[in-house]
Design a protein around this ligand. Sequence first.
Ligand SMILES: Cc1cc2nc3c(=O)[nH]c(=O)nc-3n(C[C@H](O)[C@H](O)[C@H](O)COP(=O)(O)OP(=O)(O)OC[C@H]3O[C@@H](n4cnc5c(N)ncnc54)[C@H](O)[C@@H]3O)c2cc1C
Length: 552
Amino acid sequence: MSTLKTNAGADGCADSLVHPTQGNTPAPCTLGCAGGNDVRQWLGIVAQRTKLGLSDAQAYARAWGVIADTNPFPATLGRICPHPCETSCNREAKDGAVAINAMERFLGDWAIERHLPLRRLEGASGGASIGVVGAGPAGLSFAYQLARRGHRVAVYEQREHAGGMLHYGIPAFRLPKEILQAEIARIVALGVDLKLNVAVGRDVSVDELREQHDLLFLGIGAGNAARLGVPGEDGPGVVGGIEFLNAVNRGEGFETPSEVVVIGGGNTAIDAARAARRRGASVTLLYRRTREEMPAIASEVDEALAEGVSIEFLVAPTAIRRDAIGPNAVMVQRMTLGEPDESGRRRPVPVPGAPFAVPARLVIAAVSQTVDWGGLEPLESAVGKAQTENGAPDHHLWSGGDMLGLGIAGMAIAQGRHAAETVHAMLTGTEPPRAQRRAAAARDVAADFYPASPRAPLIERPVAERIAQPDLEVHETLSEQAFLQEADRCFSCGQCHGCQYCFMYCNGGGFVRIGQAEPGAYFALALERCLGCGKCIELCPTGYLSAAEAPN
Ligand SMILES: Cc1cc2nc3c(=O)[nH]c(=O)nc-3n(C[C@H](O)[C@H](O)[C@H](O)COP(=O)(O)OP(=O)(O)OC[C@H]3O[C@@H](n4cnc5c(N)ncnc54)[C@H](O)[C@@H]3O)c2cc1C
């Protein structure tokens, strides 16, 4: 609890004097972001561009630069991120969260169209030789952060294209390959040596890499599809979700029969089901819990349903039934939900009764994924033992991304970045960046100050078009007008956005305009002139001003 400065009756202004302090508390969107992106900062640059003296283009380029500081994939994540930043947005309770994810996509596309380069950091002082295994988002994020700090980075990727699951897992109707590859090309243009078609452990040994590089980063993902563990699973006609999507993404003529059953409830299951629908199949997805527990992105589930995927909840496979041609049905058991398990979700338990048949000529098992250690076995125990949140006590071996536990792309990018920042600090004898502080609570923001303004709807292409053109992107990028309207909806929680109320209503002249304004820095305090009325704190809509604690 803060102790307010009090001086009853002074200046006839108030019974107890209250002096303001400027806060800059982190915004909930920023803290909600899995990638640690400073959402409020880049939104503020766009929303406040006129006050900051920026043209639209200057504001967009600066805002994009803020995103790219932590995430070199704005156009990519602007399409696929489940955007926890929006779930945290204080505007949600008023008239819908700011469409942060769609705005990120707008800026990402804008930058690609204008060939905006990623830049090295000023005074980049690194000089180490770094080897990265795996060109997924974790490995590329690590590579980017060290390359921009001046280190020499080589990335070894076993496949023909970089991008990991973003390229070979997520289908083009959600993430066009050219968007992802354009963002990867910018990382390579920083001087990263991307060695494609090189499998570490097969084409080059770990020992060779250890000799060539000062340290290694592993970002090998989780590329093995987990098995169902039911009779009849082995044999043709049963494939893993990522195998099926890999084939689709490689443009292979994977034969898709008319009846397909997908098993699982995550993004891989939903993507596989939607890809199979686009290949003309009638698709049933089986999930052992209810819609509420489904880990897949909720809007993707809605889109799958709209596209004609049928979902059976509370069922689990017990066997794959086969005939002379291949599988002809998945035998399933009805389930109910029991007590919560270690994940916190209620555990599915079988309902007494005989299994029943769901017809299937192709079964796609998308239940989970595990790490493929093939050729890298000597490192498995080292990573397992040594890994900490930001790397490893073995300072020559670091890791991040799905190999540490299945997650989302934003997390993989963040883990790559955190490891790189720690490595750079270690190599240069400097301090790694500090963790963020607590978020501004919703009560600190005066939601009524902001005019009502409904959230811009995402434009979705009609279902018939999507099914007819399998690679057609489902959503369109926001128009510039919608993008700017969304920027205006930002509350700027916890940070000054230059509304001037404090300045205008202060009778004593306790606020002084800053010559070179920045988001969050429009007025300096002149406390020697503060009358202590506290009006500025009362009026500040963002929660940036609060009562100063009295000196002890
Ligand atoms: C179908 C699907 C849909 C998804 N949808 C979303 C979504 O909508 N939103 C979201 O945020 N996340 C989504 N994800 C999750 C996201 O893709 C992953 O969290 C992310 O890609 C993990 O990044 P990573 O770099 O750790 O691993 P990966 O992306 O798997 O990359 C690992 C890379 O390492 C390479 N590699 C492995 N072993 C070797 C070796 N020995 N030598 C050289 N190279 C090697 C692999 O070829 C691969 O390129 C989805 C995942 C899947 C599978």
